[in-house]
Design a protein around this ligand. Sequence first.
Ligand code: 6R9
Length: 656
Amino acid sequence: MSVSWALPFDKEIRIKSNKEIDINTYKKIHEASITDVKSFWSSVATELDWFKPWERVLDDSNPPFYKWFVGGELNASYLSVDRHARGWRKNKVALIWEGEPLDNNGNPKEVRKLTYQDLYREVNRVAYLMKERYKLKKGDTIAIYLPMIPELPIFMLAAARLGVVFTVVFSGFSSDALANRINDAEAKLLITADGGWRKGKIVELKNIADKSLEKTPSVRHVIVVRRTGAKVNMVEGRDEYYDDVMKDVPLNTYVEPERVKSEDPLYILYTSGTTGKPKGIVHDTGGYMTLLHATMKWVFDIRDEDVYWCTADIGWVTGHSYIVFGPLMEGATEVMYEGALDYPKPDRWVSIIERYGVSVLYTSPTAIRSFMKYGDSWIKSHDTSSVRLMHSVGEPINPEAWEWFWKLVGREEIPFGSTWWMTETGGIMISHLPGLYLIPLKPGTNGMPLPGIQADVVDDNGNPAKPETRGYLVIKQPWPGMPLTIYKDPERYVNVYWSKFPNMFYAGDYAVKDDDGYFWVLGRADEVIKVAGHRLGTYELESALIEHPAVAEAAVIGVPDPIKGEVPYGFIILRQGYSPSPQLTQEILKTVREKVGPIAVIDKVFFVGKLPKTRSGKIMRRVVRAVITNSQVGDITTLEDEASVDEIRKAYEEFK
Ligand code: 6R9
């Protein structure tokens, strides 16, 4: 658990809003919404454009494999593109994209603006390509490993158009991570690029992908988008450049959107858990799109005149839901960027706000804390007055960072929340709802569960936890946007999420409800860590560590960090014949980078002779963590050898 601050439960901030209501009124509205979630969500879903209406709102005959809007047919690509391109939003800008290399004045050298008509054209052409050239059909899977360029959402939307299930792999993951995902998903096509720009360097995606492709027999074709112009290896008969294959596809190509069933999968997104390899979370179409529609309205209050910007990467769920499907379904104008928020200078992000007049901003606590570190002047030198609403996501936000940001960018007058949700929930679950009803703000809180979402904090026995007491976050009724399953592993889906407490979805987070009923998510209760908002499993990092020939055993824990929220520390037992050295540390870290990817940076490595273990041999990471964070070690009666605790303490003291 990464939170070390005292929660300011009593601090209440009221802002001017015609949606303002007091917390008790909200509670009554919420209570009413969850007495009958089926009719509640059914009324929301009617706002979507269905090809065929559903026959049953919820099929709950086989819990926890719930199916929403059964019998209904729709298409996520049609909802996101066709409706706007064929109506009055035809010439409205959907996507404003800027690339990374910026000039000396901090202006982008490349900006692309795609209207809904442009998007429609490209999505149709790519769908045609997938269907006719690569013979993909509904139910096939593909993998996408692209930088943050417009082709990324275009390929996702084109796949959705055909009912082809896609899995996007974040461009910070390694060849091994990519290969594992491709193999689990049995992807037939891989879309990648000759590279992408990040902080002045080229991320060589095709070169990385080449290594994966040595062990991914399912992939028959690779499409390579030219982005950097770098020369890459092209395998005859397998690899083709995007611009080459698109040459023959006419501009007026139309591919009829597949009428997919509501419960048909839209995508698979791999995410880390406590143990084992990453889990392929499968999202449906009808429920997922319904939740996105609701949250775009309620949480972001999205309007046609807005310029919306979510600063996440599409490789994570936040980008899937709130860069691709959510905002486009609502016909919004949004900003997308390649590179980093603070490169070449710490004001890149504020200059983006200024340049495009961003009005709705969705960003992360890590970003906010790093802006805070750079200092106010970078922000003050730009005009951010267009921002009228903002939220953060990915990790808890500490009240200091919240207040600083709210004063400086929020002018102490606009709604600013911290939306809680996760890959598994598909969309936002706990939040402030400035577009619907606005309860008073509190710095650092997540707010209240959305209407139709029955979230709660429970104790070890699954009973509601007392107010202001730490418990586990659960969701007590099915919701649209919930996973269909874990890909090819339904049993694991039941075990991980539905077995800790009967009939409740266990999120894996610690949380507190305050006396007013506000939720405060504190951090993970399991072995998942959030490094700069990126979700990593300690198990994956440990597996990568022990790949190095010098490493006999390894334990990784998340340690609080003032900017990134958490950073991983690694504790290593070396094999006989090896001794600690800075060079060995570097080598070991390189192995982790190769196995997991450049995002997996282990902050510190400690060499120890013993690790705290249970008598059955399980490493007790919580004991390691307690020593490092100087907190109560707790019950260590199951510990096999108490000297291991001193070992950790000693190694850490020496480092300090
Ligand atoms: C959307 C996303 C999920 C985990 C989740 C929790 C943490 C996300 C948060 C938050 C406190 C918030 N988390 N938002 N904690 N306040 N507003 O991040 O999905 O990558 O699957 O991570 O992130 O710990 O369990 P994902």
